[in-house]
Design a protein around this ligand. Structure first.
Ligand SMILES: *Cc1c(COP(=O)(O)O)cnc(C)c1O
Length: 401
């Protein structure tokens, strides 16, 4: 601490007073600082040139943010052969755009699926395509078609997928997609938001990069927006992804990172309870005469039940279903629910319901969404961690005529 003797009151107001005791915080502190002070010019040169480890500026890196990124890297790499690298971003969308802008250039192409998170489809078509990056949609479950498309279009540099996908819970084969991408010199990227590393770790199946909207299950409490990028190749992560993050300014902030850290402490408990409750609600809805179809990976009737069993250690919180009487019946049901909240998000401790056709997928062409099972009568549920009997009772009363 600088000697404050002799300073005026005004200057003492401005001076930073440092705690001189050596204390160890029990909980990760929030480093709410834009930059980091150097002891002298020599130290500044050493840190800037990379000779000495140290922080410079919070858009580049920050102790709170880096600590939480490291935790997510440890979780995504759990059970795998190597240490992973992770960065936190300002949102799930910024994680996706940073990975794409950092790794691709004009003239390259992305191969992806039509049933993506609505915002991702919009990002591809409204932002990346006008920048000269070609976008090809194909069914990533159809591995022969994927191989043919890779062969036919020589410029595909990235395969981008979601499994299970929003909101029909369609799964893609992680191992096969990773191998196809690798053999054609393309990066494979998976949005692992629905599963979290507690239920699925795509990099252990050979995938190159994972992205998260930590806004959802990793935070878990619906009180912040942030994202994460995780990769196996530390050098590539630093030279391409981090450089883009730093220069596009898509970094996370210490407060949101700290909230994620709190959320992750109960991730295992929450994902177990989410999965148990979703299984119970899916079985209840599946047996209800007014419900014509239930999409849940934990139901043996789901087309990807077997693949989900291989890739996931549980089936998670997300399900969707269709009312036999279509849109009008679906709307009436949503308005009658009391415990469940209508909100355009997912992954909270509360049960959340959403009507994709009029919300998350409103800006996606009707023909494109219907091809992927997002019909007008579909309702998506992010099953919370309340008592399962209370959740089912809420749907039971709402399903009564
Ligand atoms: C919410 C979500 C996103 C976007 O994340 P934001 O944090 O809202 O930017 C991307 N992918 C999936 C699967 C999501 O659910």
């Amino acid at each position: 601490m600088k000697n404050q003797q002799g300073l005026s009151l005004e200057s003492k107001c401005v001076e930073e007073v440092k705690d001189q005791k050596t204390t160890s915080a029990h909980i990760l502190p929030i480093y709410a600082t834009s930059s980091f002070a150097f002891d002298n010019v020599e130290e500044s040169i050493d840190i800037f040139s990379g000779k000495k480890q140290g922080h410079v500026y919070s858009r580049y890196a920050n102790p709170t943010i880096d600590t939480v990124a490291k935790k997510i890297a440890l979780l995504e790499g759990h059970g795998g052969p190597q240490e992973l690298t992770a960065y936190l971003t300002s949102s799930g969308m910024s994680a996706i755009s940073t990975v794409m802008m950092g790794l691709l250039k004009s003239g390259d192409a992305i191969l992806t699926q039509a049933n993506l998170y609505g915002g991702t489809t919009e990002l591809l078509l409204k932002v990346l395509k006008p920048l000269g990056i070609d976008i090809h949609f194909c069914d990533l479950k159809n591995l022969e078609l994927v191989a043919q498309t890779l062969q036919a279009k020589g410029n595909i540099k990235m395969i981008y997928g979601e499994t299970p996908a929003n909101p029909t819970l369609a799964c893609i084969d992680l191992k096969a997609i990773a191998q196809l991408a690798q053999s054609h010199g393309a990066y494979s990227v998976i949005d692992n938001t629905f599963c979290t590393p507690y239920l699925q770790r795509p990099i252990n199946f050979g995938i190159d990069f994972v992205i998260h909207s930590t806004t959802k299950f990793l935070n878990g409490h619906g009180n912040g927006i942030a994202g994460a990028i995780i990769g196996r190749d530390a050098e590539l992560m630093r030279s391409k992804v981090w450089t883009c993050l730093k220069l596009a300014g898509t970094n996370c902030n210490p407060w949101d990172a700290w909230l994620i850290n709190n959320g992750i402490k109960t991730l295992a408990l929450r994902m177990e309870q989410h999965s148990r409750n979703a299984q119970a609600l899916a079985e209840y809805l599946d047996n209800h005469p007014r419900v014509s179809k239930v999409n849940y990976n934990g139901l043996p009737s789901h087309p990807d039940h077997e693949l989900a069993k291989v890739q996931m250690s549980g089936f998670g919180a997300m399900l969707s279903f269709e009312m036999a009487d279509g849109l009008a019946a679906g709307k009436a049901l949503m308005n009658k629910l009391r415990l469940s909240t209508q909100a355009p998000t997912l992954g909270d401790v509360h049960t959340l319901v959403l009507h994709p056709a009029t919300s998350s997928h409103l800006n996606i062409e009707k023909s494109l969404r219907e091809k992927n099972g997002i019909t007008d009568g579909l309702i998506r549920v992010s099953v919370g961690i309340e008592n399962a009997a209370d959740i089912i009772a809420d749907f039971e009363q709402a399903l009564q005529d």
